[in-house]
Design a protein around this ligand. Structure first.
Ligand SMILES: Cc1cc2nc3c(=O)[nH]c(=O)nc-3n(C[C@H](O)[C@H](O)[C@H](O)COP(=O)(O)OP(=O)(O)OC[C@H]3O[C@@H](n4cnc5c(N)ncnc54)[C@H](O)[C@@H]3O)c2cc1C
Length: 325
């Protein structure tokens, strides 16, 4: 997501970013965090890439509004970071303000009497899955093992084991880059495979979720165990960003990549996982450049041998894949 692309000039002088942070600091409460040149690799599951020119961790809506409004008025790009489990951060870092909803205020899990539950965008999917199971709320089990946040799952319409995030959503609360809040009913949302159009230029703050049914907590626990075992058997343990490519219609990207003999293919510290061909793993010390080079090689080979144009599912954070592929 980006407010605009006209500021800062590349590369912007460090002093310009320092001045921006100083201007922001006086607008935010003491609970909010601001940092310059914050390393992002450790905030992602793939563990590669550089720093954010500015990282903002607002403690509440008013502080988030202040960040977004200042960024919009100065035409500074804004990028939202969830748990970084679907991102490749460029080696040169991210030219903009990276906003992360890491403060505990964003991690609500509030069941309602009618069975629905309000969840904050910063809530971990694993926590959501566990709390829903404990409360006997069925329908969240597929989220087990997706290492993201509610906000990231909404943006990506995360899915697994036949379930999709937006199967659960009744309403979503968003804030625009201009700082305007809006509650959007499910019917108003443009949702597709790994995408929610409303979040291209807005931040999800939370959602009202509707469980499939209320049942015994033990039965939900058993289903979660089945899914957990399945993931354990089919997915690599090394750092990754999950599936690198979207599944083309009618087939799986992993199968195509495997059939092209690419399992185990390696560039630098990045490898096409021998366990699951649609995962690119970091064997240790991988750079974003290694991952990009491997993504390119996989795409060329699959296009060459099978005539299929694979599209990345993992997002190139703060940049566009078109510029490097
Ligand atoms: C081992 C592994 C297994 C995985 N398995 C699955 C799977 O089974 N199914 C699946 O769908 N995915 C899977 N993923 C990918 C990933 O976990 C999901 O896409 C997840 O929903 C991303 O959430 P996140 O919080 O990490 O988002 P991030 O990776 O931080 O961000 C992803 C996108 O969401 C945007 N975003 C984040 N928060 C917000 C917000 N509050 N408002 C607006 N936009 C926001 C970001 O700007 C970015 O565009 C897997 C990843 C790994 C590493």
């Amino acid at each position: 997501m980006t407010a605009t692309t006209t500021w800062p000039p590349r590369p912007a002088a460090p002093a310009e970013w320092d001045a921006l942070v100083a201007d922001l600091r006086v607008k935010l409460s003491a609970e909010s965090r601001l940092a310059r040149e914050e390393p992002l690799a450790s905030r992602t599951t793939l563990r590669v890439g550089g720093a954010a020119r500015v990282l903002a961790e607002p403690a509440g809506v008013a502080d988030l509004q202040a960040v977004l409004r200042l960024a919009t008025s100065r035409e500074v790009p804004v990028f939202i970071l969830g748990r970084g489990s679907n991102l490749l951060v460029p080696d040169e870092g991210v030219e903009g303000i990276v906003v992360a909803l890491t403060h505990e205020n964003w991690a609500a899990f509030t069941p309602r009497e009618d069975g629905r539950v309000w969840v904050g965008a910063g809530l971990r999917l694993k926590t959501l899955c566990g709390l829903a199971a404990k409360a006997g709320l069925q329908g969240f089990e597929f989220l087990e093992g997706i290492p993201g946040s509610v906000g990231g799952a909404l943006r990506m319409n995360a899915g697994a084991m036949g379930g999709w995030m937006f199967d659960l959503v009744d309403k979503m609360l968003v804030i625009s880059l201009a700082g305007e809040l809006a509650t959007l009913p499910r019917a108003a949302l443009r949702v597709e495979y790994r995408h929610c159009g409303e979040l291209d230029a807005a931040v999800a703050l939370g959602a009202l979720l509707r469980p499939a049914a209320r049942i015994e907590a033990e039965a939900i626990g058993r289903q979660i165990d089945v899914y957990r075992r399945k993931r354990h058997e089919t997915q690599p343990r090394e750092p990754s960003a999950g599936c690198m490519f979207k599944n083309p219609s009618g087939t799986s990207a992993g199968r195509l990549i495997d059939e092209c003999g690419l399992k185990g293919e390696r560039i630098g510290g990045a490898q096409v996982s021998p366990v699951h061909a649609n995962f690119i793993v970091n064997l240790g010390g991988a750079t974003a450049a290694d991952v990009i080079a491997l993504v390119r090689r996989v795409r060329y080979r699959v296009r060459d041998l099978r005539g299929v144009d694979l599209q990345p599912e993992v997002l190139f954070f703060g940049r566009r894949w078109e510029d490097v592929l």
